[in-house]
Ligand binder design. Structure first.
Ligand code: SF4
Length: 265
């Protein structure tokens, strides 16, 4: 099996699961989408370093950012011009973070189309290489990430495999995302904070900023609620003090009247 891999952290769990199921994959690093080139090299280095320890073979595809720009970049540029930076809706649950299929939102559809073209380019390259070098099947580690379009990844993997005459072995690895995160952190692996292309770098930056603003607003609202609760408590305490004082005053007056009456007898 030729396993298309986007990076080291995303390869951890698919390789473990495949090996447990009795398949020994060969990793294929075909990622002309990664920008800048230093980032491409850094992700490859992280992957290769880990793979060496695991006795896994890694094959590097051609890094052709011009080809990526000519197809995917063109689509992304048109979408960027029309919609600006396209951001996903915020969600706290990574497993539901994928934008819903069939969304009427035009900007989201444009981002989806860009990513579809990006998957297509990389999977076609993977499938071609697999067919030419005697691999029976292809798979991908892209479906580890809950931030990707899992449904489209599956469609494009199957499409590319059928075209090249190999088997598509798609698996939804999103339930293993947390494991992958923990394992890669423990292993001290480099973990990128954006998908790969220049559009995603900008989108991730804006999304991070928006999450920061949302966190700040939540914190401020909690602080205001706490202050309100403290003020209400303080008011209740003051009322109780006033009530006690009024009662004590009344009792003192009562005692004074009784004393006066006793003295008059
Ligand atoms: S966001 Fe990721 S999948 Fe989508 S076009 Fe950019 S690099 Fe490709």
């Amino acid at each position: 099996m030729l396993l298309h891999a986007c990076c080291g952290p995303c390869s951890l769990e698919p390789v473990r699961l495949l090996r447990e199921a009795g398949t020994e994959p060969v990793i294929y690093y075909a990622n002309s989408n990664i920008q800048p080139e230093e980032e491409y090299a850094r992700r490859l280095e992280t992957l290769a370093f880990w793979a060496q320890d695991e006795a896994l073979e890694v094959i590097e595809g051609a890094y052709d950012s011009q080809a990526w720009e000519a197809s995917v970049g063109r689509i992304g540029e048109a979408a960027r011009e029309k919609h600006g930076v396209i951001i996903h809706e915020a969600s706290n649950d990574p497993l539901t973070k994928e934008a819903p299929e069939g969304t009427p939102d035009e900007a989201e559809a444009a981002r989806r189309a860009r990513c579809r073209a990006c998957y297509r380019l990389r999977f076609e390259e993977t499938a071609r290489y697999a067919a030419e070098h005697g691999f029976e099947s292809i798979g991908t580690t892209l479906s580890v990430s809950p931030y990707q379009y899992t449904g489209i990844i599956r469609e494009e993997l199957e499409r590319a495999a059928a075209q090249a005459g190999v088997e598509a072995r798609f698996a939804d690895y999103r339930p293993y995302y947390d494991n992958a995160t923990t394992r890669s952190r423990e292993a001290g692996m480099y973990r990128q904070n954006y998908c790969a292309c220049r559009f995603s770098e900008e989108e991730a930056r804006v999304e991070r900023e928006m999450r920061k603003i949302a966190r700040k607003a939540t914190k401020e609202s909690l602080r205001a609620q706490k202050a309100q609760a403290q003020a209400a408590e303080e008011k209740a305490r003051a009322e109780s003090r006033a009530e006690k004082a009024a009662y004590a005053d009344k009792q003192a007056r009562k005692r004074a009247i009784l004393k006066q009456l006793r003295e008059q007898k």
